[in-house]
Design a protein around this ligand. Structure first.
Ligand code: SDX
Length: 449
């Protein structure tokens, strides 16, 4: 059966494509066997075109097939825009480069969740709330005691966030939801730091209301009760910037998970706990941890870059260049550019000479000159250089993905709230093309042996 999809803007019939002026972008036409179906278009504010196939199944009984959702728009969203061809990323219209340079993480939280940059009064309220809700219920400390010191902090984080629902139940009242949003962001840094303290057997350090978000996290991580600890300004500012860079990335795996779980009506904490679990995979957030192992392995092996590029290219070898490639970016990930530049500056200012930074740069250069990576348009992504910065800040490797989760929190929340408020939201329920056995009679055990 020949299937031809044509739209009024780009008509593609038997391989002949021609452009029609934008004004005529009103529908697509799908030819399925001898039938034609008209499909409406949805055009976004950046002129992205979506072919709306909602009515297709009812009319034709056909479904679209797109494993991994590589070309499927799951929602309309006004939160984040990515132009993967040109390596551009914007939160609510503001470029990531400008936000990273001029904004603060708390301001970006406000922007993502409420849609606009805050006034100074609104920002003060947000800061006040985020500091005054940062303590954990004392009973929750007992949960940490149940985990072995070797527990990966992402497992602890996901379980703890899920447990918050037991203390702060879901409610129909928007004011309660607002408060739960604040609690979640405020308490996440406490949970993250406590899980680290627990893993090294140190006493927990409580949050302080006189410090801003990133400063407070650093003091909970690194302060020791018997000693004075002044948060280094450079580290606090660097962390704030890293959190901004990770704050949202439209419909990535963990965010889609948050929306998927939330679409059933599950509460905020349950939905975001699921997102944290999705982020923990090495193809997603855990890539930042994997990058460091990979760079250390290459260094220990004498810096033989070609050997590792060859392994990454070999389809029979599971090794891949971690921190490289992206579903959407077919150009530099703009976050990786900012992080690479910052890594140079911060390591220099701290007087740190991390040999893994040199290994990373050599590997990047070698990959970007290699035909395989050039052809597939594989560039460093956000995870390639972030670990170098976290290391310089003294953050242990298995906490890297937790740092990603802290940054991504406002994005997950903004997307969850947008989904909840969307009158068109339905429970997420993809279809499939069944490829298993057709109907057959049950075979009794006596006939199976
Ligand atoms: C994040 O989606 C987001 O927005 C995520 C994120 C966010 O902010 O939320 O940006 C954060 O998750 C960053 C990505 C972190 N993961 C890694 O760094 C792991 C290494 N990268 C890859 O495994 C891969 O590039 C993915 C998972 C990131 C993307 O996978 P895709 O889109 O399914 O691409 P693909 O695997 O189909 O790759 C296309 C081709 C394949 O070759 P061919 O079959 O065409 O010959 O490129 C090759 C792949 O084998 N390829 C790689 C490679 N990445 C892709 N080959 C070697 N090394 C790699 N890293």
């Amino acid at each position: 059966m020949d299937i031809i999809v044509s739209s009024a803007c780009i008509i593609s019939v038997h391989g002949n494509a021609k452009s029609i002026p934008q004004t005529r972008m009103d529908k697509a036409v799908l030819t399925l066997g001898s039938e034609e179906y008209e499909l409406p278009l949805t055009v976004g504010s950046e002129r992205e075109v979506g072919i709306d196939i909602r009515a297709l199944r009812k009319e034709s009984k056909a479904v679209t097939l797109d494993p991994g959702y590589g070309n499927t728009g799951s929602c309309e969203s006004a939160v984040t825009y990515i132009d993967g061809e040109n390596g551009a990323l914007r939160y609510r219209g503001y470029s990531i480069e400008e936000l990273a340079q001029k904004s603060s993480f708390v301001e970006v939280c406000y922007l993502l969740i409420y849609g606009e940059l805050p006034t100074s009064a609104e920002l003060d309220v947000m800061k006040h709330n985020l500091t005054h809700h940062s303590m954990l219920h004392e009973d929750m400390k007992k949960f940490f005691e149940g985990y072995p010191p070797s527990a990966h902090p992402m497992s602890v984080l996901s379980a703890m966030v899920s447990s918050l629902a037991a203390y702060y139940p879901d409610s129909e009242d928007p004011a309660d939801l607002d408060l739960n949003i604040i609690r979640l962001i405020a308490k996440l840094k406490t949970i993250a730091a406590f899980s680290y303290k627990k893993s090294i057997g140190h006493p927990y350090v409580y949050p302080r209301n006189d410090l801003d978000y990133s400063e407070d996290f650093l003091q909970m991580m690194f302060a020791v009760p018997a000693e004075e600890y002044n948060v280094p300004t450079l580290l606090a500012r660097t962390l704030d910037m890293l959190l901004i860079l990770h704050a949202d990335h439209e419909q990535n795996c963990s965010t889609s998970t948050v929306r998927m779980v939330g679409s059933s009506g599950a509460d905020l904490f349950a939905s975001i706990s699921a997102g944290i679990s999705a982020l923990s995979g090495p193809l997603h957030g855990k890539a930042n941890q994997e990058v460091i192992s990979m760079l250390a392995r290459i260094q220990a092996d004498g810096g033989n870059y070609k050997k590792y590029l060859d392994k990454a290219k070999d389809k029979n070898d599971p090794f891949r260049l971690m921190g490289f490639g992206h579903r959407v970016y077919k150009n530099f990930d703009p976050r990786a550019r900012v992080i690479k530049k910052t890594a140079d500056q911060v390591l220099n200012d701290l007087g740190i000479n991390d040999p893994l930074l040199a290994v990373a740069k050599h590997l990047e250069t070698a990959a970007l000159e290699d035909e395989y990576f050039v052809q597939r348009r594989l560039y460093p992504n956000v995870d390639f250089y972030s670990g170098i910065l976290y290391r310089a800040m003294g953050i242990p490797t298995d906490m890297f993905t937790v740092m990603f989760a802290m940054g991504r929190m406002p994005g997950w929340i903004a997307q969850w709230v947008e989904m909840r408020n969307d009158p068109h939201n339905r429970i997420h329920r993809p279809r499939q093309i069944y490829t298993g056995a057709t109907e057959r009679a049950y075979v009794p055990m006596s006939e199976r042996d």
